[in-house]
Design a protein around this ligand. Structure first.
Ligand code: ADP
Length: 393
């Protein structure tokens, strides 16, 4: 308990943009997020006053941090499972807990568990030798999708494999490097969706509208909230599925269930047990943002309403191949001059090619025009270039 405020102290492991935006929501609730940050100048460390330096793989650092907070939650899924279980055994309140987090940390465990619960997903099998991939592909079809069971993000750790030769060399190389692997059928999909929900320890659940996520080179670039043309029945199905996963795995906090929409239905791709890129639109487009909801859930407060205020297009601001000469200050200035309604969320990160530097939310009907404005704004903020040739002067 923080004796100055009489409110509990929430500790978040990881100092990235999700911690930064959770801190932003914490401020409104009278809280101040305490952050365990591995590096200097991390996104959350620039704005939170209560930052502890320490690495998320260092049990002693985690233990010391946990000893100063009422509840520990996470900005990423990279804390080793054995550390989480050790902390839990010592009485640390972890939300979500290790038994739930295991399924967000390991894709093979997740696939096995969801299959056992009858939740639809792609066909898969564990890979311990190149032959496993070949046998799987002969049963299904080439190409197949090879995945690192743990440690991947933004498409790193996902490989489309087209032939036995390709599989043999890649699988050998990865297994030699100690990467645990699984292989999945390549799903023919119409599009990707995300069902974002939250669950509290009390057992309350809430669901936001299901969104469409657009990716480029494995990185999410755009979110359409709600997913255009998704029927009420499919929306309800996706929401119920996500709430069921949250309940059955005992998730606390926000859970993102990434889905593939196919000709015949919905398949689960993966799970994230924290605020998620597909929920950034909620900061402006929903009555309760995913960051506030995550805090409410981990503190076991009643959850907020998740009704949308408006349809919203979110576009990620991804670092340009070369940092533009036009300063970030000047870019913002020109952005606001052209698009006064665009909601900007910058993460305070240094610019690197492809790095997620921030996002924009544009409220309005999901039309080509709204999408175009979001895309133009996001590209301008990182590249200092208007994709439509617009000239300010
Ligand atoms: P990451 O954890 O890096 O986000 P994912 O497992 O979500 O990796 O895969 C990244 C992207 O690769 C997905 O968003 C999807 O576009 C594609 N993908 C993943 N699995 C399959 C699959 N079985 N079939 C077809 N595409 C897939």
């Amino acid at each position: 308990m923080d004796t100055r405020t009489g409110l509990p102290v929430v500790g978040m492991v990881g100092g990235g943009q999700l911690a930064r935006m959770t801190h932003q929501a914490a401020i409104s609730l009278g809280l101040s997020l305490r952050v365990l940050a591995a590096g200097e100048n991390e996104s959350a460390g620039l704005v939170a006053s209560d930052v502890v330096r320490g690495h998320h793989t260092d049990l002693a650092a985690l233990r010391a941090f946990a000893g100063t907070v009422d509840v520990v939650t996470f900005d990423h899924e990279h804390v080793p499972g054995q550390h989480l279980r050790a902390l839990e055994a010592e009485g640390v309140v972890l939300r979500p807990g290790p038994s739930a987090l295991a399924f967000a940390q390991n894709k093979l465990l997740m696939r096995e568990r969801l299959a056992a619960q009858g939740i639809p997903g792609p066909a898969f099998v564990e890979v311990t030798a190149p032959d496993d991939v070949t046998a799987f592909a002969e049963k299904h079809a080439w190409p197949v999708v090879l995945k690192a069971a743990s440690g991947g993000y933004d498409g790193k750790g996902v490989w489309l494999v087209g032939s036995q030769d390709e599989a043999t060399s890649l699988v050998r190389e990865l297994l030699d490097a100690g990467t645990p692997l699984l292989v999945e059928e390549r799903v023919e999909m119409r599009r990707e969706l995300s069902a974002l929900v939250a669950r509290s320890p009390f057992g309350q659940g809430s669901a936001w509208p299901v969104v469409e996520t657009v990716q480029k080179d494995g990185i999410n670039t755009e979110v359409l909230a709600p997913a255009p043309g998704l029927t009420a029945a499919k929306t309800a199905l996706a929401q119920e599925l996500a709430l069921r996963v949250a309940d059955e795995l005992g998730v606390v906090g926000v859970l993102a269930v990434e889905l593939f929409e196919t000709e015949t239905g919905l398949l689960v791709n993966e799970l994230a047990m924290r605020p998620h890129n597909s929920g950034h639109w909620t900061m402006d487009g929903s009555r309760t943002s995913q960051f506030e909801q995550h805090l409410r859930a981990v503190l076991d407060y009643p959850l907020g309403v998740t009704e949308p205020l408006s349809p919203t297009v979110m576009a990620n601001i991804l670092g340009a191949p070369e940092t533009p000469a036009t300063s970030p200050d000047e870019r913002l200035h020109h952005l606001f001059a052209r698009f006064p309604d665009v909601r900007v969320h910058l993460y305070g990160k240094s610019e690197r090619p492809g790095r997620k530097l921030g996002h924009v939310n544009v409220l309005g009907p999901i039309t080509d025009d709204t999408r175009k404005r979001a895309r133009l704004a996001a590209h301008w903020l990182s590249h200092a270039e208007w994709l439509d040739g617009y000239r300010a002067h």
